[in-house]
Design a protein around this ligand. Sequence first.
Ligand code: ZN
Length: 327
Amino acid sequence: MGTFNFPISVAHRHLFQAGNKRIMIVIVLSVILAMLGSITLATSAFWHKTSSHLTTKTFITKHAVVPTQKPILVRKPSLSPSRPPTHVPLLAYPLFNGNTHLPEIALTFDDGPNPYYTPQILAILQRYEVKATFFDVGYLVEDYPNIVRQEYKQGNIIANHSWSHPQLTLLSAPAMLSQITSASNAIKAAIGVRPTFFRPPYGAMNRTVLAQAYYAGETTVLWDDTGEDWKLPGVGLIVSKILRLARDGAIILIHDGGGNRAQTVAALPIIITALKNRGFHFVTIQQLVEDLVTPPSQSAYSNILSGTKISLTSTTELLAWKRKVYT
Ligand code: ZN
């Protein structure tokens, strides 16, 4: 008989030694049946929560290895470094959230890379097996390319947050485009791939900003859920606000740079655990866009189309950047 490595505690190994194999076979079969039952229950719970466009085939495509069969309906797994982005539509309008009928949430980190906080956040993401999106600042990418490479290596998406974090609405169109393309060049130099997503600093944008991002080949991504961690309100408030706003398709904004992010680092495991317990799957922005059934409607941002500026999300964030508080 070959080596039997069934994971069983030392305390129970005497059952094998006693030669009572029949009892053990019954126990092993029971365990296998119980595991199959759990999987069935988990699968049906997943179906119940997700929308009708997710079929059995898409579920199998995402969660099982079927080497001989090419998937027809594709719900791709999150990007890994060996799989460059494909089939991701470029959106002309900003994205505030994903599919509101799928239990998916995208964690997005702005203002890094930061040599002190980003590695702590990456360690947490790795521990909880969560993929996220990093909206990195170009000159910091140039300063800390190894951190960006680590972000990418872990399967996260690297996105564009301008070259030097200015308020783009105050700049000329060529200067806006230069901010976007310079950051993209820095990201390409660091990881070999150009970003396809852009977030304007402070969320400040107008139709010219949108047009320049689109011209650069990048979809503008905003957010609909934040704990306003840049205000340093305390771990409890960051967590409670994010959990209150969390919903299917939410895009969460938090920061790995731009100031003291100790509260964000402390809040992150609590947020991830709570949202996982509520049945949410964490996805990258790329996955979120792939899972959109219909593109965002124009009515949601008619103020942008009419040329009205979107007001700054937070003057505190602006001030924090101007002070350049790094600890
Ligand atoms: Zn920012």
